[in-house]
Design a protein around this ligand. Structure first.
Ligand SMILES: [Mn+2]
Length: 495
């Protein structure tokens, strides 16, 4: 076999052998060379026929085509949209995290394959172009199926699709002459070098009549406005995610008892997510007992749960890459102490006051204010703060106990895309928006001004809300949150 046929690796390997020759015995050198050339069996194991590309379970191309059409009609304004589907992320050395596609990319394509790139050019032909990893018996044997350019067309409906290796050659032509280009500007990520090369190439070719886009716009901002109004498929996914998450929270409540560990509850929640067919948690589950609940994003989940303390669970399943987001707090031994119950009732009143406001034309700032009023009047009644509710809000006196906002958009991302302010003013809710209401109170473990029995108590109650034509629907209504319901349910499975 000549060096030319064997390619660069073999040539490099031979060089390495030359260097090695002085250091190792001739036998070892011969053995290594034989291994490098490979046995027939070794070559044959990759020579299997490539299976036909598989359509993912429950993939409906009309959902994604309708979204691309809406984006073209409502936002692109004659421009071109360029998105990357997300990279495979290294966990350590040569192992990776499970791939999770970029939300914007998946929203418009339904394609969950790493390294894919989409070019959407509604006014031109071809208008929907995908770059994907090519079919490869060896890569697919190790790492899983790929759709390849053929599947990108036949399954995902691309007008034309190319292997990723052709992107540098083809992208300049696809962008040539377009005035306006939409790319994710906050986190261009892996797209940046590809785009830079394409734009440089177009600039170089300018005197031959080619020209690069004049205006760069932020694709995330634009797509946030599309994604904030949930279509039927998004709502179906959210409802399914909420359903699974609700069952998981109830299971967690039923199985909580003193002595069980936070990680056991985490495992139980995520067991339920996965056994229900969910891709898993939409964010790292927060399972915090006692003072761990006062750490807003506590994810160590490593401690045993103690009688007399509260457990805060903030966890949500993802369904087809849409996430639920539910928080509940309840007593580990099944009964609140009087002080815990009083503080819990304050947060519950705030949660209900916020929900009562949810309706079209209301802003989430108004909902936040209603929650704040309940929290401040409760903190005052319990002796944690002094002064009028107006004063406490005016001076941010509540901040040591409530340091986060009440709401965020919810969808493909748990903190979903979409502007919170339009023209610097909080935007009114519209039917089809989905958001959370999640007031909380957190008393630091070492707060000398707080009554002893409240130190290290953290409470949050979070529901997912769909704005409807005439009000709002609490998607998460099945998860108990009154004191009576919780006390009846906690520990039932282990009693
Ligand atoms: Mn949340």
């Amino acid at each position: 076999m000549s060096r030319d046929v064997r390619g660069r690796d073999a040539v490099d390997f031979d060089r390495e052998l030359e260097l090695d020759r002085d250091r190792v015995s001739p036998d070892v050198v011969t053995l290594r060379a034989r291994v490098r050339q490979g046995s027939t069996a070794r070559r044959d194991c990759y020579a299997r026929a490539v299976q036909p590309a598989r359509r993912p379970r429950s993939f409906d191309p009309t959902v994604y085509r309708a979204r691309r059409d809406r984006v073209a009609a409502n936002y692109l304004d004659g421009g071109v949209l360029l998105l990357h589907g997300g990279e495979l992320k290294t966990r350590s050395n040569d192992t990776h995290y499970r791939f999770r596609p970029d939300s914007d990319f998946y929203y418009l394509t339904g394609l969950a394959e790493a390294e894919s790139v989409m070019v959407l050019r509604p006014d031109r032909s071809p208008s929907f172009v995908l770059f994907v990893q090519p079919r490869s018996p060896e890569a697919e044997l190790w790492n899983g199926r790929r759709c390849g350019p053929e599947g990108a067309v036949s399954i995902y409906g691309a007008d034309v699709a190319y292997p990723l290796s052709e992107i540098d050659r083809r992208l300049p032509h696809l962008l040539d002459g377009c005035e306006r280009l939409y790319v994710p500007q906050q986190q261009p990520g892996p797209l940046q070098p590809v785009l830079d090369r394409a734009l440089r190439r177009l600039a170089r070719r300018n005197r031959y009549g080619e020209h690069a886009p004049h205006v760069l716009e932020d694709a995330r901002r634009m797509l946030g406005e599309e994604r904030i109004l949930k279509d039927a498929h998004a709502l179906d996914c959210l409802r399914r995610a909420v359903e699974i998450t609700s069952e998981a929270h109830i299971e967690a409540m039923r199985n909580t008892r003193p002595g069980i560990h936070e990680y056991e509850i985490e495992a139980l929640l995520e067991y339920h997510f996965r056994r229900s067919g969910s891709t898993g948690a939409g964010y790292t589950s927060i399972v915090g007992g006692g003072a761990n609940a006062t750490i807003l994003h506590y994810i160590d989940n490593c401690d045993p749960l103690r009688a007399g303390e509260l457990l805060l669970i903030d966890a949500g399943a993802e369904w087809d890459f849409f996430s639920a987001d539910i928080t509940r707090t309840f007593p580990i031994s099944g009964a609140f102490t009087p002080a815990q119950r009083d503080l819990y009732e304050v947060v519950l009143r705030a949660n209900e006051a916020g929900i009562a406001q949810a309706a079209p034309d209301i802003t989430i700032d108004v909902i936040h204010e209603h929650c704040l009023r309940e929290l401040c009047s409760g903190l005052r009644d319990m002796g944690l703060l002094r002064g009028s509710v107006e004063e406490l809000i005016e001076t941010d006196a509540y901040m040591p106990y409530y340091m986060h906002r009440t709401s965020h958009w919810l969808g493909a991302d748990v903190h979903d895309a979409g502007l919170y302010c339009v023209s610097r003013k909080p935007r009114p809710l519209l039917p089809g928006f989905v958001f959370t209401i999640e007031p909380g109170l957190y008393v630091a473990e070492d707060d000398p001004t707080a009554p002893e029995e409240l130190r290290g108590v953290g409470i949050r109650i979070e529901d997912d809300i769909l704005v409807t034509e005439d009000g709002a629907e609490v998607l998460t209504h099945k998860v108990p949150k009154t004191v009576r319901e919780l006390e009846a349910l906690v520990g039932q499975a282990v009693a």
